[in-house]
Write a protein that binds this ligand. Structure first.
Ligand code: G6Q
Length: 552
């Protein structure tokens, strides 16, 4: 069952209505004029999310190129695409990832409140809570120093070995929540098969005080297995006795058999189920590095923040549903304005890996051209996501956002309160002034008259004009706490769900990523022998043969 009630999104009645609205009105809307015409625009087009702890996040959609009628049509598009039915199936643990016959049920991992959540008629909550309890106990032992390494010393360094979904989430979250960390413990991430990655990290840690977490859902991923074996060999060089592995290696995986084969005691294995997709796995045992780094209580707050966003997403009418609105605006720009990209700019140094994390979430989920009816889609899907923290990015690629020829919808994310309110909060106010100024400048631009009035020479005037009307969504949190971060991630998860529901694609498989795993394997064998290859195309053969010559 493909959970689809239509074929092409372009066939939906509201799609044609939106096309007409775009042609007649939408493409010529000038947002700064709309603010003048409607003093209530901000109130109408912003929404506040209230987290479980009472903290709030403000989502300001009012600087987007829409009016009330277009917003109503976009909401109608979500209804026509039967997003509510798909959402019900999603939260009921149905196998909406129909190409892999799997439920998509990472929401069950953050079901801290303990609702019944079933897959195949079985409540998965007790099992999820049992793993969380194991993570709690283990992390408390390690953090308190009770867990000792092979020479009796406490653990000081955590090294997570994983890639893709088994890396990006933990890296991003540990960086984002560094302020909550135990400062006497450091955390490292090895993902790349490039030996440099692990070599540099092994230089920085001590085998007596290091705990390796081998994070792999399948436990068969070549990069992770190779890096884990290298770590094991390095460890045994110092520790000698393989019995010591039990104190220094843990596995985060669904594959107990492979974990045991690797030599990790399955008592030190933290499991999860096949209904957890890699890009959604930071909420699972894959998040153990996060728990070790920031402590279980903070991790639980992170889960609860996401659970609160799940509740908002499932219970709020579509017109007020924050992730639905985010996803609808993305469809508006992608499919009517022809936008190809989407910028995510956190005004927050701790969020420096957030754009990379979202790249996987968005592009692995919605980079698909076959719809849920097994046909080629007749429209553009998944946007190209990119981003870097501002203000740094303002000093580089923001040029193209302001004066390039492309429309680039942007999300600006910031917190009012800094984790480091140094110099009487001066830094935070300077950061904030940029956050507000950039979004405002992108919207209002600068007219020829203004540039002339500044006394610029005639021939420079066109170069200094800014057209403006470049859309941004400003997301303002009170503080980036574990709870706020959990909610923000879940916001983007449900945002991509909304896009996928409208584009009528399966947002939950990733055959494109799996292709890479297969391709590299066969060429790998050819590289192990000295003979020249001739089995590929002319370019690939020549490149391989040149590599062999230089590599030798
Ligand atoms: C995520 C992807 C991918 C995956 C990695 C690691 O949705 O499938 O990024 O997480 O390829 O896979 P393992 O966890 O199985 O090693």
């Amino acid at each position: 069952m493909s959970f689809s009630s239509f074929s092409q999104a372009t066939d939906l009645p509201s799609w044609s209505a939106l096309q007409e609205a775009y042609d007649t009105v939408g493409k010529s809307l000038v947002v700064k004029e709309l603010f003048k015409e409607d003093p209530k625009r901000f109130e109408k087009l912003s929404r506040t999310f209230t987290n479980y702890d009472g903290s709030e996040i403000l989502f300001d959609f009012s600087k987007n190129i829409i009016n009330d009628d277009i917003l109503a049509l976009l909401v109608q598009l979500a209804k026509d695409a039967k997003i509510e039915d798909l959402r019900t199936a999603f939260f009921a643990g149905e196998k909406i990832n129909f190409t892999e016959q799997r439920a998509v049920y990472h929401m069950a991992l953050r079901n801290v409140s303990g609702k019944v959540m079933e897959v195949d008629g079985k409540d998965v909550t007790p099992e999820v809570h049992a793993v969380l309890k194991h993570m709690k106990e283990f992390s408390e032992q390690v953090r308190s120093g009770e867990w000792k390494g092979y020479t009796g010393k406490a653990i000081k360094s955590i090294v997570n070995i994983g890639i893709g979904g088994s890396d990006l989430g933990p890296v991003m979250v540990t960086e984002a929540l560094k302020a909550y960390s135990k400062r006497d413990m450091d955390v490292h991430f090895v993902s790349n098969i490039d030996g440099t990655h692990i070599a540099e990290i092994l230089r920085a840690v001590d085998p007596e005080t290091t705990l390796f977490l081998v994070a792999s859902k399948t436990f068969t991923t070549a990069e992770t297995c190779t890096n884990a074996n290298t770590a094991k060999a390095w460890f045994l060089e110092a520790a000698k006795d393989p019995a010591h592995i039990a104190k220094h290696f843990a596995a985060l995986s669904t594959n107990a058999e492979e974990v045991a084969k690797f030599g990790i005691d399955t008592k030190n294995m933290f499991g999860f189920e096949s209904w957890v997709g890699g890009r959604y796995s930071v909420w699972s045992a894959i998040g153990l590095s996060v728990v070790l780094y920031i402590g279980y209580e903070n991790f639980e707050a992170f889960l609860k923040g996401a659970e609160a966003m799940d509740k908002h997403f499932t219970e709020t009418p579509l017109e007020d549903n924050i992730p639905v609105l985010g996803g609808l605006l993305s469809v508006w720009y992608n499919n009517f304005f022809g936008a190809q990209t989407h910028l995510i700019a956190p005004f927050d140094q701790y969020l420096h890996r957030f754009p990379a994390y979202l790249q996987q979430l968005f592009m692995e989920s919605n980079g698909k051209y076959i719809n849920r009816g097994n046909e080629v889609v007749k429209y553009s899907t998944g946007a190209i996501i990119f981003g870097e923290p501002a203000t740094n990015s303002q000093h580089s690629f923001f040029q193209l956002i302001h004066q390039g020829t492309k429309l680039i919808p942007a999300d600006f994310i910031m917190a009012a309160q800094s984790q480091n309110p140094i110099e009487g909060n001066l830094h935070q106010r300077m950061l904030a002034s940029n956050y507000f100024a950039q979004a405002e400048a992108l919207m209002v631009g600068k007219t020829e008259e203004q540039v002339k009035a500044e006394g610029n020479p005639e021939d420079l005037v066109p170069h200094k004009v800014f057209q403006g009307n470049r859309p941004t969504t400003s997301i303002l949190a009170q503080k980036i706490t574990p709870a706020a971060l959990g909610a923000l991630i879940a916001y983007y998860e449900h945002f991509t769900f909304t896009e996928g529901a409208i584009w009528n694609i399966n947002s939950f498989d990733q055959f494109g990523v799996e292709l890479g795993k297969v391709l590299a394997k066969s060429i790998g064998k050819e590289l192990d022998v000295a003979d020249a290859v001739s089995s590929h195309d002319g370019s690939t053969n020549s490149l391989i043969n040149q590599f062999k010559q230089w590599h030798a």
